[in-house]
Design a protein around this ligand. Structure first.
Ligand code: PLP
Length: 421
């Protein structure tokens, strides 16, 4: 954690710090356990930092983008447009046109009307665009953080009507159906649930491919692999998961129809989540009605998810460490952010080594859905810096200086308020 502290000190807080060594190690695990059958698609939405994408490029098969902005980020990070797949429920015509024109790998169709639009655009541009149909299964097993299927949904084409949709899309000029995509549940730590979901995918891929009468070239399995965010949660047992999933995929690929299918695990948080920390400085300390309160320079404006406001019903404390005083005597604290609202809470009743003004606290599990999934404009506090660690070297990957106070320069609470450890 010393590297994390030094990195944050060098750019000032708040700062997101990402460790590439951890990311590479996690890719090593994926390759070892799943590489025989699967490539990996990284979901840019989980962390679209361009320097990070540049580092991920050699490790992944494809980049999953969900807006033209993410297409541009992928291209800036050096991705070949043929290695981009574009999903998302509300693609503007201009986005579809821009993506097709730049030589996009596959457009992931979320509906028949979108397919008609894409067909018209491809014809207008005089090209044939490879497409995948996103299917929305009738059922998602329990134990996923968020379900996108099994109910009315903006994502994909409902399994119940996908036969007719496949017939229509197959007949559209300018589009070449080369496979299918399913992403129906995120953030599961349950091996049985994920394995069952993969069986649902396989069954649906088979039926859809039969109906389309194609030998699919690509099948995207929305992994749903989760990470532990809170005390009491354990990491996914990846060995057990591979043992459950791989035989089913071996069997699928042994069928002549699927012999050439390029199977892809699509995911974001499992790869980058545990490799990132949000480092925040303690700006103020007080006691109120018997509770020790520490106010930090980052709150939900910088990390909505850690404050329990992204897809969670009950806010629970994330893993937080005191980087400045790791050996101090433990005490209980209410950790709040800098915003003028009672809901700006990082942790309640959290036990930490004594926390003083100027200390740096690190919120773990923050590599995915951090800065870009947070309302950073609220109350005009400076946006966090972003730093990429690669072995002993460090790259300042900060993209936005929004709200960095022009007259004061970069806010460094530690320097301003003085460390009192
Ligand atoms: C289509 C699609 N792909 C990939 C992801 C990435 O999910 P995760 O970061 O949980 O792996 C999502 C998340 O919502 C998604 O909707």
């Amino acid at each position: 954690m010393n590297r994390i502290r030094r990195a944050a000190e060098s750019v000032g807080t708040p700062a997101y710090v990402y460790d590439l060594d951890i990311i590479r190690e996690r890719f090593g695990t994926l390759t070892r356990l799943f590489g025989r059958n699967f490539g990996v698609s990284f979901a840019a939405k989980s962390n679209p930092n361009i320097e990070l994408l540049r580092a991920l490029n050699p490790l992944v098969t494809t980049l999953d983008v969900s807006s033209f902005g993410e297409v541009e980020r992928g291209l800036k990070a050096g991705f070949d447009p043929r290695n981009l797949t574009f999903s998302g429920p509300a693609k503007r015509v201009s986005e579809i046109r821009g993506a097709i024109a730049c030589g996009l790998g596959e457009l992931v169709l979320e509906s028949v009307p979108e397919a008609r639009l894409a067909s018209a655009v491809a014809q207008e541009l005089g090209v044939t665009q490879n497409v995948l149909i996103r299917l929305n299964p009738v059922r998602v097993p329990r134990h996923f953080g968020v379900n996108m299927a099994g109910k009315p949904s903006q994502f994909g084409i409902d399994e119940e009507v996908c036969g007719e949709a496949i017939d229509i899309i197959r007949a559209l000029p300018g589009l070449e159906l080369i496979g299918f995509h399913i992403y129906s549940g995120t953030n599961s730590l349950n091996v049985d649930a994920i394995a069952e979901n993969f069986n649902i995918f396989i069954d649906l891929f088979k039926r859809a491919s039969d109906r389309a009468d194609i030998h699919p070239k690509k099948l995207i399995f929305g992994s749903g692999f989760g990470i532990p965010y809170m005390d009491g949660e354990s990491p996914l047992d990846m060995n057990a998961l591979a043992e459950r999933i791989m035989p089913a995929v071996d069997s699928l690929r042994s069928e002549p129809r699927f012999a050439d299918a390029n199977c892809i695990l699509e995911m974001g948080r499992w790869i980058v989540g545990p490799a990132g920390w949000l480092v925040t400085s303690v700006v103020a300390a007080k006691e109120s009605r018997g509770v020790q309160i520490r106010a930090c320079d980052a709150g939900f404006n910088n990390h909505l998810a850690a404050c329990g406001m992204m897809g969670t019903v009950i806010r629970r404390n994330w893993h937080i460490q005191n980087l400045s005083n790791p050996l101090g005597a433990k005490q209980k604290y209410l950790l709040v952010g800098p915003l003028c609202t009672t809901i700006d809470i990082l942790a309640t009743n959290i036990e930490l080594p004594e926390v003083h003004v100027g200390n740096l606290l690190a919120v773990g599990g923050s590599g995915a859905y951090g800065i870009t999934a947070s309302p950073t404009r609220f109350i005009s506090h400076p946006e966090p810096a972003e730093v990429l660690l690669d072995g002993d070297s460090q790259v300042d990957a900060t993209e936005s200086r929004l709200n960095h106070w022009e007259t004061l320069g970069r806010h460094r609470a530690a320097a301003e308020n003085g460390s009192q450890t």
